[in-house]
Design a protein around this ligand. Structure first.
Ligand SMILES: Cc1cc2nc3c(=O)[nH]c(=O)nc-3n(C[C@H](O)[C@H](O)[C@H](O)COP(=O)(O)OP(=O)(O)OC[C@H]3O[C@@H](n4cnc5c(N)ncnc54)[C@H](O)[C@@H]3O)c2cc1C
Ligand SMILES: *[C@@H]1O[C@H](CO)[C@@H](O)[C@H](O)[C@H]1NC(C)=O
Ligand SMILES: *[C@@H]1O[C@H](CO)[C@@H](O)[C@H](O)[C@H]1NC(C)=O
Ligand SMILES: *[C@@H]1O[C@H](CO)[C@@H](O)[C@H](O)[C@H]1NC(C)=O
Ligand SMILES: *[C@@H]1O[C@H](CO)[C@@H](O)[C@H](O)[C@H]1NC(C)=O
Ligand SMILES: CC(=O)N[C@H]1CO[C@H](CO)[C@@H](O)[C@@H]1O
Length: 496
C-alpha cells in the first residue's frame, strides 16, 4: 500500500511536471541601446517578416522562449524573418551596427546564451514548410520547424526522415549538431542523410549548399551550427516508414537492478538495427525510477529482443503498434517544462554492468545531494546505440563526428531546477558526475579519456577540441574564409 502510494505520487508529479506549460513572460528592462537597430530592421524587411516588441505582444515572448528557462534572455526585440532575403537584410544591419543577436530554431538548447541574446532575437518560425519530392527521396524542411511537424507532414506519404526522438525538439539545432535518432542504427546521424542546405551567408547572400556546389561548406555545416551563417531550409533524405512498435514504460526503484541487467544484455547482444531502447534514470520526489522508451521500426518486433524489459514489473506501460508520430508525441518530452536546466555528456564504447551500476549510483547520489534545491530533477539518458552508427557516412564527410573509426555511445546527463541562484551548483554537479562516469569507464579499460563529446549534449564550457577534434583547424579556416568580419561571432553558441 505504501509502495503504491509512493509510486502514484511519483507518477502524478512526473506527469504534472510534464504538463507544466512553457516559460511565463518575464518583466523586461529597457534596452535602449539596441532599440534603434530593431527599428532599422523593421523598416528594411519585407511584409513577409515582422519585428515584435517586449510589453504586450505574445509573439515576442514566444520568440524569446526556450524549453529550459535558463536558456532564455530578454532581448531588445525579436524578429521573425519570412524570407531568406530578409534574413540577409537583417544580418547586414546587425553586422553594420555590431549588434549582438541570436538565432533560434526549436529553442531546445540547454546552454545559456546559445540561442538567446540581450540584442536582437531572430526566431525562424516562419520557415515552416515541408515539401516532399518523391522522385528524389528528399524532404525540404523549413528551419523553424520541430520534428513533430515534419513527421506529421510526411506521414501521409508513408516516408520519414532521420530526426528527433521526443516531442518538441527543433530540426535546426538538432541537425546542425549531428542528430541522434530512432533511425540512427539503420541510417546513421541526421547529418548522414542530408543532401543540401539553403544558407544565408554572413554577408547576407542567399546560397544553396550541396556536395556539388560547395563541398567545404556542405561538410562544415554538418556539425557547425551557426558559424557559417543562418540556415533557412534543410534537404533531408526520406526513407519508407511503416507503423512502428514501442512506447513508454515507467519502473520504480525496487526493479532497477533488472533494468540495469536488461540494458547491459540489450547493448551487448542485440544487433538488429531497427531496435532501440532509451532508459532514462530519474530522481524525483525522493526516489530513483526509470522511464524506459522502447522502439522497433516495424509494426511488430521479432520475438526475444525486448523480452527482458517486458518481464520487469512496471508502474505504467504504454507500448503498442502505432504511427511514428504517435510514438514520438506520446512520451513526456519535458518532465520539467518551464524549469532551468543543463545537459552534459560522457561518450562510451559500451554499456557494461559497471557503467549501469554507476549510472544508478549517480542518480541516487546526486538526487539525494541536490534535493535541498527546490524542483530538482536529476536524470541520465542511457543510449545504447550500435557500435556501427558512424559507419553510415564516409570518413571526413561531416564536421562532426571528427572520426568515424569508433562508434561512440552518448550518455546524456540532464539536471533541472527552479532557482537561478542554483545555476552554478547544478552545472558543477553535472560536470562532477560526468567526470565520475568517465573514471568508471576508464577504470574498466574503455579508451574514452579524449573521446569526442556530442555538442548538443555537452555543457557550454566544453573545449572545442573535445567536440570537433582534429577537424577544428579546418573549421576555423573555413569560418575565416566565409565570415571574415566575424558577423556570426555576434551570436552565441559553439564558436570556431
Ligand atoms: C527534450 C530534449 C530531447 C532531445 N533529444 C535529442 C535526441 O534524441 N537526439 C539528439 O541528437 N539531440 C537531442 N536533444 C538535443 C537537441 O539536439 C539540441 O537541444 C538542439 O540544439 C535543439 O535544436 P533547436 O533548434 O530546438 O535548438 P535552438 O536552441 O533553437 O538552437 C540550438 C543552436 O543551433 C543554432 N541554430 C538554430 N537554428 C539555426 C539556424 N537556422 N541556422 C544556424 N544556426 C541555428 C542556435 O543559434 C543555437 O546555437 C534533445 C534536447 C531536448 C531538450
Ligand atoms: C511541455 O509539454 C507540454 C505537454 O506535452 C506542452 O503542452 C508544453 O508546450 C511543453 N513545454 C515546453 C516548454 O516544451
Ligand atoms: C532541395 O530539394 C528540392 C526538391 O528536390 C530542390 O528543388 C532543391 O534544389 C534542393 N535544395 C538544395 C539546397 O539541395
Ligand atoms: C557513488 O557516487 C559517488 C559520487 O560520484 C561516489 O563518490 C561514490 O564512490 C559512488 N559509490 C559507489 C559505490 O560507486
Ligand atoms: C558574400 O560571400 C560569398 C562567400 O564568401 C561571396 O562569394 C560573395 O561574393 C559575397 N557577396 C558579397 C556581396 O560580398
Ligand atoms: C546523403 C544520404 O542520404 N545518405 C544516406 C542515407 O542513408 C542510407 C542508408 O544508410 C544511405 O544509403 C544513403 O546514402
Amino acid at each position: 500500500m505504501r509502495q503504491s502510494l509512493a509510486t502514484a505520487t511519483y507518477l502524478t508529479a512526473f506527469l504534472a511536471a510534464a504538463l507544466h506549460s512553457a516559460a511565463e513572460p518575464q518583466p523586461i528592462e529597457a534596452r535602449g541601446d539596441y532599440t534603434s537597430v530593431c527599428k532599422e530592421i523593421s523598416k528594411a524587411v519585407s511584409s513577409a517578416s515582422c519585428v515584435h516588441w517586449p510589453g504586450l505582444d505574445p509573439l515576442y515572448y514566444k520568440d524569446i522562449g526556450h524549453w529550459a528557462t535558463s536558456s532564455s534572455a530578454s532581448s531588445a526585440c525579436s524578429v521573425e524573418p519570412g524570407t531568406a532575403e530578409d534574413v540577409g537584410t537583417i544580418l547586414q544591419i546587425l553586422a553594420k551596427n555590431r549588434t549582438p543577436f541570436a538565432v533560434k530554431g526549436g529553442g531546445h538548447v540547454t546552454n545559456p546564451g546559445f540561442s538567446s541574446t540581450p540584442g536582437v532575437q531572430i526566431a525562424m518560425y516562419r520557415f515552416s514548410e515541408v515539401n516532399y519530392d518523391p522522385d528524389n527521396n528528399v524532404a525540404e524542411v523549413g528551419a523553424g520547424l520541430i520534428w513533430d511537424d515534419v513527421y506529421a507532414a510526411l506521414e501521409p506519404y508513408a516516408v520519414n526522415v532521420v530526426g528527433g526522438r521526443v516531442s518538441g525538439v527543433g530540426v535546426a539545432g538538432f541537425t546542425l549538431g549531428g542528430g541522434y535518432s530512432w533511425k540512427t542504427n539503420q541510417f546513421g546521424l541526421t547529418v548522414d542523410n542530408l543532401s543540401g542546405f539553403e544558407l544565408v551567408l554572413p554577408n547576407g547572400t542567399v546560397t544553396s549548399v550541396t556536395q556539388d556546389s560547395n563541398p567545404d561548406l556542405f561538410w562544415g555545416l554538418k556539425g557547425g551550427f551557426n558559424n557559417f551563417g543562418i540556415v533557412t531550409k534543410f534537404n533531408l533524405t526520406t526513407h519508407p516508414q511503416t507503423e512502428v512498435w514501442g512506447g513508454l514504460i515507467t519502473i520504480t526503484e525496487d526493479q532497477l537492478d533488472k533494468v540495469n541487467a536488461a540494458t547491459v544484455k540489450f547493448s551487448q547482444t542485440v544487433t538488429d538495427p531497427k531496435a532501440q531502447v532509451l532508459p532514462t534514470y530519474n530522481y524525483l520526489l525522493g526516489q530513483p525510477g526509470v522511464s524506459l522508451l522502447l522502439f522497433y521500426d516495424y509494426p511488430t518486433p521479432p520475438d526475444g529482443i525486448f523480452d527482458d524489459y517486458l518481464a520487469i514489473p512496471h508502474f505504467t506501460k504504454d507500448v503498442k503498434t502505432r504511427s511514428f508520430l504517435d510514438l514520438v508525441t506520446s512520451a513526456p518530452a519535458n518532465a520539467t517544462g518551464g524549469q532551468r536546466a543543463i545537459f552534459h555528456t560522457v561518450s562510451l564504447l559500451q554499456y557494461t554492468d559497471n557503467i549501469m551500476d554507476a549510472v544508478l549510483n549517480e542518480t541516487k547520489f546526486w538526487g539525494e545531494s541536490l534535493s535541498w534545491q527546490t524542483g530538482t530533477f536529476i536524470s541520465y539518458d542511457v543510449e545504447p546505440f550500435l557500435p556501427t552508427i558512424f559507419a553510415h557516412g564516409a570518413e571526413d564527410s561531416t564536421a562532426y563526428p571528427p572520426s568515424r573509426a569508433t562508434g561512440l555511445l552518448p550518455l546524456n546527463i540532464y539536471y533541472a531546477w527552479a532557482a537561478e541562484l542554483a545555476d552554478s551548483d547544478m552545472q558543477e554537479a553535472a560536470r562532477a558526475s560526468a567526470a565520475q562516469l568517465t573514471q568508471v569507464a576508464l577504470a574498466e579499460g574503455q579508451d574514452v579519456a579524449d573521446a569526442p563529446l556530442y555538442s548538443n549534449y555537452a555543457i557550454f564550457d566544453t573545449p572545442m577540441e573535445r567536440i570537433y577534434g582534429a577537424n577544428l583547424p579546418k573549421l576555423q579556416a573555413l569560418k575565416a574564409q566565409y565570415d571574415p568580419e566575424n558577423v556570426m561571432g555576434l551570436a552565441g553558441g559553439w564558436k570556431f
